[in-house]
Design a protein around this ligand. Structure first.
Ligand SMILES: [Zn+2]
Length: 433
């Protein structure tokens, strides 16, 4: 039985300020493909390389360094060139005239790791984080490929391409949709249709622990990051005063070292977050929206904003590889709301890292409290179907009695008592017990 695959051309509504990110992603993607083609094409002096694995081994590291693309897009660029090389070799064998493949058409290949496909929008990985693009769907889509395939749950997304139409300056997703076999089960339909949903909430901080999860994991050390940053800036300041060429070079190498250290830290933190999500069978990870973070968090510096964005990005692409969705929710009141009784007031937060509810007396680490609210926000959103496809699937926050001075009394009552939003009470999970 062959696969039924249909291609649907969907116009995208790309935020103006993100168009350039897509163009640059395309440039770098084509750079990967062209570099690979040049390397692989050895005719007439030698055999051409047609093994994807050999090409990846030879070129992957270098192309990762040369571009700001995610691992997956670099790989796709290499593979695209190897496929073209293979067909070139086949033509040569046929006695046809051909030459080294070259890529200049505006096209980027997206699979489920580099993109999250929804029925009404797509989230695309770029050289500058993810960009969310709504689909431009006509009012009367019935009978068109959009109605027949895109909006049809019996079709699932396969590897697709992003293209650009220069005359109209419009981006199009050429979505390849495959008919699913067990059409009544719905196992392989859209991402958000999974049977159960468990959300891990993650609160990010400029001091104390870098990330605190709703399961009570305290991850990374923001204080150490701040300390290193201060030392670095001090040293840089005094070296800049000397102004010599060698001072300039030392500053450069020190900056590189700091940058690598920070990236390593963020990779480690992102791995811990993924582990935490997997340990608790989470289907989703929820962060606060990072827009305007510096206005919102008094002590947030430019490097914090950068670090947070990078961390979320790392989590996003690692989560995709293990089938976990990542979403951002509005940060409003997440630090003022009591995660036990729901009472929300600015006096609730007594000190930076200690939360005391003025109504029920619930007392806990303030970042841990916030992370539970962050999980709950996404849960509500999923439950009410505000995301691409809602439905009545059971939802739950991933919670645990946690560490620090917390004990069993909090357990999972948090996500079932304060909601009052649903007749189908979320299954409580005392994950970690
Ligand atoms: Zn309370």
């Amino acid at each position: 039985m062959g696969d039924v695959i249909r291609t649907v051309k969907i116009k995208l509504d790309v935020p103006d300020e993100r168009c350039d990110d897509l163009h640059q992603t395309k440039d770098q993607f084509l750079h990967c493909a062209n570099t690979t083609a040049e390397w692989a094409w050895r005719h007439p002096n030698d055999y051409c390389i047609t093994s994807k694995q050999t090409a990846e081994n030879a070129l992957y590291e270098r192309l990762r360094d040369e571009t700001a693309l995610t691992a997956n897009l670099v790989q796709k660029g290499i593979r695209r060139a190897i496929e073209a090389t293979k067909s070139g070799v086949a033509r040569l064998k046929n006695g046809d005239n051909t030459s080294q493949p070259h890529f200049d058409a505006w096209s980027v290949v997206y699979d489920k790791r580099a993109a999250t496909f929804h029925r009404d929008h797509v989230s695309l990985s770029t050289i500058n984080g993810r960009v969310e693009c709504d689909y431009v769907i006509p009012d009367d889509a019935e009978g068109t490929p959009i109605g027949e395939y895109l909006l049809n749950k019996n079709y699932e997304f396969r590897t697709s391409t992003l293209q650009y139409d220069r005359p109209t300056e419009s981006f199009y997703l050429h979505a390849r949709m495959r008919q699913t076999e067990d059409t009544d089960q719905g196992h392989s339909t859209a991402f958000f249709d999974s049977e159960h949903r468990t959300v891990l909430g993650v609160d990010l901080n400029v001091d104390g622990s870098l990330a605190v999860t709703s399961t009570g994991a305290f991850i990374g050390n923001a204080d150490e990051m701040n300390h290193r940053r201060r030392e670095f800036e001090k040293t840089r300041g005094s070296m800049q005063q000397t102004g010599t060429r060698s001072a300039h070079l030392s500053i450069q190498s020190m900056e590189d070292r700091e940058h690598r250290w920070m990236q390593d830290e963020l990779h480690r933190a992102s791995n811990r977050i993924i582990e935490e999500a997997r340990d608790h069978d989470c289907t989703h990870i929820s962060f606060e929206n990072l827009t305007d973070i510096r206005e919102r968090m008094a002590d947030a510096k430019r490097f914090h904003a950068w670090a947070f964005r990078r961390l979320v990005e790392y989590v996003e692409y690692k989560a995709e590889m293990v089938g976990i969705a990542v979403a951002q929710v509005s940060p409003a009141y997440t630090s003022q709301r009591c995660s036990k009784c729901g009472f929300t007031h600015e006096t609730n937060r007594r000190s930076k890292h200690q939360f005391v509810c003025q109504k029920c007396g619930y007392e806990l680490n303030a970042d841990y409290n916030a992370s539970k609210n962050i999980a709950r926000k996404l849960l509500k959103k999923l439950h009410s179907g505000q995301t691409s496809s809602g439905g009545g699937a059971p939802c739950q926050c991933a919670l645990t009695s946690g560490t620090l001075n917390l004990n069993g009394e909090y357990t999972a009552s948090v996500d079932s008592t304060a909601e009052g939003e649903s007749t189908d009470k979320p299954k409580t999970s005392v994950a970690g017990h």
